[in-house]
Design a protein around this ligand. Sequence first.
Ligand code: MN
Length: 206
Amino acid sequence: MAYELAPLPYDYAALEPFIDSETMHLHHDKHHQAYINNVNAALANHPDLAAKSVDDLVRGLASVPEDIRGAVRNNGGGHSNHSMFWSIMAPANAGGGGAPTGAIADQIAKDFGDFESFKTAFNGAAAKQFGSGWGWLVFEGGKLKIMTTANQDSPLSQGLYPILGNDVWEHAYYLKYQNKRPDYLAAWWNVVNWAEVNKRFATAKG
Ligand code: MN
């Protein structure tokens, strides 16, 4: 069955002023939709693969036939990454922003000292990702770890579960922040949905 684009779980303007409505329209309706269209096209003759969840598809890249593996890596990755991305954000009136809560707050304190130090480390790594890619938080060997990937590569393909991730493709921020990626990275924490991040942290811990 073909993948479909889920509606945003909030209004396009809900993350203003940190992420503007026009960016959300283009990013969700055009960019995310294009990843879905392209992965569906790549899988048109592979119903066994199309039956998988997109996360399982990206986890199992090695078993994807070579002639479509690149398309699946880029576009299946794009679908998986953006589905995660919309879900881990929320407007302030739905719990977005502020300090981390729950188990992830405790783990951040343990592994990074405090939230400010964690944000500095995450934003620094994401700012340095050359070109398009993502900054990620994963849990490996009993510790939180910050990593980055290029393009639409997912930690899932490395056997890691993304607890949170921020999109540093220019399409994610250029209309509002232009070349100032660090300003976007700093502002983004105002829309992080820590309740959802805690759910993902529980999954990452297994
Ligand atoms: Mn994107």
